[in-house]
Design a protein around this ligand. Structure first.
Ligand SMILES: NC(=O)c1ccc[n+]([C@@H]2O[C@H](COP(=O)([O-])OP(=O)(O)OC[C@H]3O[C@@H](n4cnc5c(N)ncnc54)[C@H](OP(=O)(O)O)[C@@H]3O)[C@@H](O)[C@H]2O)c1
Length: 285
């Protein structure tokens, strides 16, 4: 039987596909853009057209599949957007779903991940929730433009600390959960990077790696929200979720450092400095 990977073209899904293939699993890569999936994975995986908002795409995606990596596309802000597919997984007798959740949601009902976890548990699908800290890829991805163009980190996190983790590490840990189905049935795993850093420290690391003076702008929430919606033209729903997440971060919810990654993989998680070195092209013009 195969493993279905949703968001296969995304930050984490791509690594989940790669690591499952390394473990000898057969993988079906799902997304709304199958051309992109073909370009990414070639002949190694079967691409399937799949859309959380279109029930007609579910049964084809679940054909000969018994395990699923489930992620919530960032623009689907309502937990209910994922419920029809969760119901379909239940009908299909999926034997393990690993949901890409978020660190701390067991004690926080605000992010959509909380309700999604609860819904999976309520319908009774065996689960292995993965609860990572903030991704290092936020810096090399959505926030890299300001770093490259203005030498500035424009994130409303105040003086708070974050235990950043590399999406590649999340992909490996998730593949372990899906590969060892029985062992990890009905479990949850908080995985983080090796250290908690504030954004002044992040700026220092990026300055060292790039040889430029990069500073932390420390914007307020309103300035951040208006900039990303009006100037950057990002989806309002997505920006609103990130405002809530940075609000939580300021309360200290992103700073915990766990050994969850080591427990699952026997390896040490990557440091931000090593990540920045390997992804330097994201931070230079
Ligand atoms: N960033 C962080 O620091 C962080 C931390 C913890 C948890 N998370 C959670 O991680 C998730 C995001 O993961 P990611 O960064 O790996 O994703 P991502 O890189 O933003 O990729 C989004 C994926 O969703 C797919 N997609 C978009 N619309 C879809 C639809 N209607 N139906 C099916 N697939 C669709 C896209 O594929 P196509 O283009 O092919 O459709 C793409 O593969 C979010 O739920 C976020 O809250 C993020």
């Amino acid at each position: 039987m195969k493993v279905l990977v949703t968001g296969a073209s995304g930050n984490v899904g791509g690594y989940v596909v790669k690591e499952l293939l390394n473990m000898g699993e057969e993988v079906v890569a799902a997304g709304t853009n199958t051309q992109k999936l073909k370009e990414l994975f070639g002949e190694d995986v079967k691409p399937v057209h799949f859309d959380f908002t279109d029930k007609n795409t579910f049964s084809k995606a679940l054909e000969n599949v018994d395990r699923v990596f489930l992620m919530r596309p960032p623009h689907l802000g309502k937990p209910e957007d994922l419920y029809p597919f969760i119901d379909a997984m239940k009908d299909h007798h999926i034997k393990l779903v690993s949901f890409l959740s978020l660190m701390g949601v067991e004690n926080n009902t605000i992010p959509p991940h909380h309700k999604i976890e609860k819904y999976i548990e309520k319908v009774g699908i065996p689960y292995a929730h993965i609860r990572p800290g903030f991704f290092m890829q936020n810096l090399s991805g959505v926030h890299s433009l300001e770093i490259r163009e203005k030498n500035e980190i424009f994130i409303p996190a105040g003086k708070s600390k974050t235990s950043f983790i590399d999406a590649a590490d999340i992909g490996l840990a998730t593949a372990v959960l899906l590969h060892e189905t029985q062992k990890y049935k009905n479990t949850a795993h908080t995985i983080t990077g090796p250290e908690a850093l504030d954004y002044y420290q992040v700026a220092e690391i990026l300055s060292k790696i790039t040889g430029r003076k990069i500073t932390y702008a420390k914007p307020g929430f309103l300035k951040y929200r208006s900039y990303y919606i009006k100037k950057r033209g990002l989806d309002k729903g997505y920006v609103n979720v990130t405002v809530a997440l940075y609000f939580m971060t300021r309360m200290g919810t992103a700073k915990e450092v766990t050994n969850g990654f080591y427990q699952l993989t026997g390896r040490k998680p990557r440091t931000l400095e090593d990540f920045a070195k390997d992804n330097i092209e994201a931070f230079i013009k």
